[in-house]
Write a protein of this length. Structure first.
Length: 130
């Protein structure tokens, strides 16, 4: 079966630090918003995913491997989707690149027509281009 990314624009890339698990999960307190079940599912998906962040795992297999009930698996998956960490189109999972929280904050400011620090804007452009 040929796999295609669900969200091609959000293919993950190895972060600047050593591991595939982006350290911003902890530094930016993103992990604080996840349940233990969601953390376990995320770690499993990061571990088994291919270079594009894609993997196929049936709910039954995930429940067995992670010792989760089907309802807890569903809740964990929904939380990861809501937090922008994975995309899911049965039976395909895609681990997503993390969005910059600074960029998200800037977008909110611009949407309200507030003033924006031009230095911060150029810094964000540099991050995207780097």
């Amino acid at each position: 079966m040929h796999k295609r990314p669900i969200l091609p624009a959000k293919l993950r890339r190895p972060p600047h630090q050593f591991s595939w698990v982006d350290q911003r999960l902890v530094r930016e307190h993103r992990i604080d918003h996840l349940s233990h079940e969601a953390c376990a599912l995320y770690l499993f998906l990061v571990t088994v995913a291919d270079a594009q962040g894609l993997s196929y795992y049936a709910d039954h297999s995930l429940c067995q491997r992670l010792s989760l009930s089907p309802s807890l698996l569903h809740q964990a998956r929904q939380l990861l989707i809501t937090q922008g960490l994975v995309a899911y189109r049965r039976p395909l999972y895609q681990v997503l690149a993390l969005e910059s929280q600074q960029r998200d904050a800037s977008a909110c400011l611009q949407a309200r027509d507030d003033t924006v620090d031009i230095k911060a804007v150029f810094h964000q452009i540099w991050e995207v281009l780097a």
